[in-house]
Design a protein around this ligand. Structure first.
Ligand SMILES: [Zn+2]
Length: 801
């Protein structure tokens, strides 16, 4: 909707409120109401103006089409935000003659062909690459209005994609990540295990006990009821995956990690038979269904049952089986075989007629089926996993006639704006990116790159988080990025998956720049330094401590499994050789590059220091490329970081400087590599001031600080956080080994001369006193039904001159 249309509605609403006659809820006024209210004709005409909505800006991948879902009528267009079936906003009654509609090209380098230029809903194709403006004109014989949208027509991604590098046995040797991983392994995962084993949880119940009871029900024994949410199997499966990954991390003699590993091994041996005993003979697995009340939940995969998270839980099970199989070096196939049985059960039941058409209200199965299908292809060969990838596409293609909340308001290939529940959204887009990679379907490619562009350039926080929370746990309008954000930890996981897949598709470092941002800020900060508490939502204005559990513990295992899968995020491989996407002191192996396995040893204190030494140890000498990401801190056009800190300061191979060649954000070194060859690269790390686009109202007159990938917070425990930072004084770093597990702090002075201390965003709220109790909100709740925010005590965006 155009700004003008909004203003016109607001003025009508204000007018009605001042008249004190009606609660201003309806959009269109019938002549009867109009005369009852005594509103003159001219004003009523203004009340439901002729409206044209061309749609949202997007990218079209050549030679594809773009789907135009224009709207023409009176008043606001209907919008399916929430609820199933009827739209929340009713279509306005028409106070005027039926308008005619015309699409036309306003500008652009080539010809535009509309499938039907007289229909609001149609398609357009373009004869040349470049930027176009399309215009939708609506004419009712009395007046004419129009609206435009921008379409950028681009070439498709490369025809081949990069391959994922599996996380297998690896070592972490890095000041930041060694301690973060240890906290997860020694405290967080064991805590999740204990919580899941409990049968007395009042908050966020439903752990392994649900599997035990479901197994009883399956074998016809008396059994207890299902506990907790219908999706409570999710955190059990995620924790299985997190344990499997953690067990692939070399403890390097650390006794605490060794003890935690023993607990994880014992837990897997305890849980796996219990989980498998709850699997139906045909492979179906979802304890909430097994223990359901059949009157309220008669069957699997029904349109009424979209809220039952059947795919959400199944998807996490498939994913857990992959890492368990890898962890056991493909020797223990219990979970892998059970996952295949579950995927087969879905494949046998869902699909084109005579099978069932269906989609889940909470996406996850789609991306899991692709991940699992690729894995089966790799393990068994013969394209045996292809049917799971086909099913993933089918499930995505089934989404329509629903709501924005779960991204079913339009067919997915017609979605160009990120809307609705943020976890569901990024999981959808991540699955769509998979399908675009697998099928080269140009409609999928266009939708995926448009959604990416919409998020990164309009709905993206400087911390790499997404989801302002203005829709239920979801996205708000373009540029509406309040700092009391939602940014659920699971949406950060999904954002990493999505950006990582874009990196595999486009082989461009900028996508890794983005997931590095999310990983180091929005996600890493979700767990406290001790690994004992977590944040469900991750606002940039922090005002509440982390908690050990949550009424909805959907994030608890997701955070751990995502943070620990480092080799997968660090490396990718393809025809161009090995892609180095993250800089973490570690030893990991990239298998099957130019016919050999290559051990990659990174020695670095990054992000505290920009020097990275990379030792390349191929099993056999081979010629291949190594592409090292050259960090770019300005990928999102929403934020500008100064002074410039991009690029590389120096690079050498075996001590000899090399003249770098940069391709798609990577410095490329191609040579015959032999064991022990060493690349030394240095990245400039500077304290940067970040300014947000003026379009983001919440950040106007404010500045954020960053150092490398890390965004910084100022905390009330160190200073008055309402202070103003002037433009002049230099900001410096100082290593503080005694603080927050060892952090580089940023020091400077505020405009009034008082000292400024900033700490990394991930370390926020680890030493602050408990927050004061929430004041009673004066008028109910906030915009999306959340309590009014407490004043923040740790903030990213500080006031600036
Ligand atoms: Zn979550």
């Amino acid at each position: 909707m155009s700004d003008d249309a909004t203003n016109s509605n607001m003025s009508r609403r204000e007018l009605l409120e001042t008249m004190g006659k009606v609660a201003a809820a309806s959009v269109a006024l019938t002549p009867l109401v109009q005369s009852a209210l005594g509103i003159p004709d001219a004003m009523a005409a203004d009340a439901a103006p002729l409206t044209a909505v061309a749609g949202v800006d997007r990218i079209a991948v050549s030679p594809g089409k773009t789907y135009l879902n224009g709207w023409a009528g009176y008043g606001d267009p209907p919008r399916r935000e929430r609820g199933r079936g009827a739209p929340v906003t009713p279509p306005p009654e028409s106070p005027g003659p039926t308008p005619t509609v015309t699409w036309s090209k306003e500008s652009g380098p080539g010809a535009v062909t509309f499938a039907d230029a007289k229909a609001p809903v149609t398609t357009a194709t373009f004869s040349a690459l470049g930027a176009y403006v399309l215009r939708l004109t609506v004419d009712n014989g009395q007046s004419t209005v129009s609206s435009t949208l921008n379409v950028v027509v681009r070439t498709p991604p490369p025809s081949t994609h990069l391959d994922a590098v599996h996380t297998k046995n690896y070592k972490i040797n890095n000041p930041l990540w060694s301690s973060r991983a240890k906290a997860l392994m020694v405290n967080w995962i064991p805590h999740c295990i204990d919580q899941i084993n409990r049968t007395d949880l009042q908050q966020g119940p439903g752990g392994i006990d649900n599997f035990i009871e479901a197994a009883k029900a399956l074998s016809g024994q008396p059994h207890g009821n299902h506990k907790g949410y219908v999706f409570s199997n999710a955190w059990v499966h995620q924790t299985v995956e997190a344990m499997s990954i953690a067990l692939m991390i070399d403890p390097q003699g650390d006794q605490e990690i060794i003890r935690a590993h023993e607990k994880m091994r014992a837990t897997l041996e305890d849980w796996i038979p219990k989980i498998l005993a709850a699997q139906h003979p045909d492979g179906y697995l979802q304890t909430a269904f097994t223990l359901r009340n059949p009157e309220r939940w008669p069957d699997r995969w029904t349109p009424q049952g979209r809220g039952n998270h059947e795919g959400y839980t199944a998807g996490y099970f498939l994913e857990s089986a992959i890492n368990h199989y890898l962890m056991t070096d493909r020797k223990d196939a219990r979970l892998y075989d059970a996952a295949k049985k579950l995927a087969d059960c879905w494949y046998d039941n869902l699909g084109p007629a005579p099978k069932k058409e269906w989609f889940d209200g909470h996406q996850e199965m789609e991306q899991a089926l692709v991940r699992f299908g690729r894995f089966v292809n790799e393990v068994e060969g013969g394209n045996k996993g292809q049917k799971y990838i086909e099913l993933a596409r089918f499930l995505l293609d089934c989404r329509r006639n629903g709501t924005e909340y779960d991204q079913s308001h339009l067919p997915v290939v017609q979605q160009y704006e990120a809307v609705g529940h943020a976890v569901r959204a990024v999981y959808t887009y991540s699955g769509m990116a998979d399908i675009a990679i697998e099928t080269h379907d140009v409609d999928y490619q266009s939708a995926v790159i448009s959604l990416w562009d919409n998020i990164v350039n309009r709905k993206y926080y400087v911390t790499g988080g997404v989801g302002s929370g203005e829709s239920s746990e979801g996205f708000g309008p373009n540029y509406s990025l309040r700092n009391n954000a939602y940014c659920e930890a699971c949406s950060s996981c999904g954002e990493i998956f999505f950006q990582w897949k874009m990196n595999l598709a486009y082989q461009d470092a900028k996508y890794a720049d983005l997931y590095e941002e999310t990983l180091y800020n929005a996600l890493l900060g979700a767990i406290d330094l001790e690994g004992r508490n977590f944040y469900y939502d991750n606002p940039l204005d922090s005002n509440a401590p982390r908690t050990p559990w949550h009424t909805c513990p959907c994030c608890v295992g997701n955070i751990a499994r995502t943070l620990l899968m480092l080799p997968t995020w660090m490396y990718a491989k393809g025809a161009g050789g090995i892609y180095v996407n993250l800089f973490i002191g570690s030893t990991a192996t990239v298998e099957n590059v130019a016919g050999t396995d290559v051990q990659m040893v990174q020695a670095t204190d990054y992000p505290w220091n920009g020097k990275v030494s990379l030792t390349v140890n191929p099993k056999a000498q081979r010629k291949f490329g190594i592409r090292i990401r050259v960090p770019n801190r300005n990928v999102s056009s929403l934020y500008e970081s100064t002074p410039d800190s991009n690029g590389i300061a120096s690079i050498s191979v075996n001590g000899s400087a090399v003249k770098p060649t940069i391709e798609k954000g990577y410095v490329v070194i191609t040579r015959a590599w032999k064991a022990g060859d060493k690349i030394d690269v240095a990245f400039p790390l500077k304290v940067q001031r970040v300014r947000a686009s003026e379009k983001i109202a919440a950040d106007r007159g404010r500045v954020a600080l960053r150092y490398g990938p890390l965004v910084y917070n100022i905390e009330k425990v160190d200073q008055d956080i309402t202070q103003v930072l002037g433009p002049g004084p230099a900001l410096n770093t100082e290593w503080r080994g005694d603080l927050l597990g060892g952090v580089m702090i940023i020091k400077g002075t505020f405009a009034d001369g008082s000292p400024l201390t900033a700490i990394p965003n991930y370390a926020r709220y680890n030493r602050n006193p408990p927050a004061p109790p929430a004041p009673v909100p004066p008028s109910g709740t906030g915009a999306a039904g959340r309590p009014a925010p407490r004043p923040p005590t740790s903030i990213v965006w500080m006031r600036a001159e």
